[in-house]
Design a protein around this ligand. Structure first.
Ligand code: HEC
Length: 183
């Protein structure tokens, strides 16, 4: 009588159990490993987005439209004023050129504003202001500054944001003692 004896069938079952356990354990350990080995840092808010379209959309939103450029342009325009007050014409031209670059880049993001930008500032006005600043003559430079200001203000009017003009930035002009203001 066979009692408690280890048969060939028993050992087969044992081997099967061991193999199943081993394969199962291996599969489990693999499933815990992320599919992609890319490590995402907590600061990688953009890299962490897997869809390239969505990532580009998020980047677009962060680059903003026209407002941040206008903020920059406003700052640079004040810097043009300060440069002229110090007769630093090279700096005035530098700032004016950066204003041009900034607006051109903003138009790539907001092409609908191209016609007005061209009409009031980037076309003839831009070159004539630049010529006035590079002349290094106080009277011509302040006239150029005034022309630029009209260009900015006109575009704001055309774009339906005339309220932008009602701030001290657009009241800047030649200092009282400047040649342009005297006879
Ligand atoms: C395309 C025509 C256009 C031209 C040219 C233009 N602007 Fe603007 N500007 C706008 C528009 C449109 C806004 C409002 C932007 C918005 O609503 O996002 C604006 C807003 C501004 C603001 C407010 C920005 C803010 O968010 O605080 C300032 C400052 C400004 N412009 C300065 C200037 C100056 C200075 C110039 C000239 C050197 C100028 N702009 C030329 C269209 C123009």
């Amino acid at each position: 009588v066979k009692t408690n004896s280890f048969t060939g069938r028993d050992s087969l079952i044992l081997v099967a159990i061991v193999v199943i356990a081993w394969v199962g354990g291996f599969a489990l350990s693999r499933s815990r490993t992320p599919a992609s080995p890319v490590r995402v840092d907590a600061g990688d808010w953009l890299v962490a987005v897997t869809s390239t379209d969505e990532r580009a959309r998020m980047l677009q939103r962060q680059l903003r439209g026209f407002d941040v450029t206008m903020w920059e342009v406003g700052h640079r325009f004040t810097a043009v004023h300060e440069a002229l007050a110090r007769a630093n014409y090279d700096l005035a031209v530098y700032q004016w050129d950066k204003i041009g670059v900034g607006i051109k880049n903003a138009l790539i993001r907001r092409p609908g504003k191209t016609a007005h930008a061209q009409q009031y500032l980037l076309g003839q006005t831009f070159d004539s202001v630049r010529t006035g600043l590079t002349a290094k003559d106080p009277a011509l430079a302040w006239q150029a500054f005034a022309r630029a200001k009209v260009g900015c203000e006109s575009c704001h009017g055309a774009e339906g944001v005339a309220y932008v003009n009602a701030q001290s930035l657009f009241e800047l002009g030649p200092p009282e003692a400047a040649p342009a203001a005297s006879h």
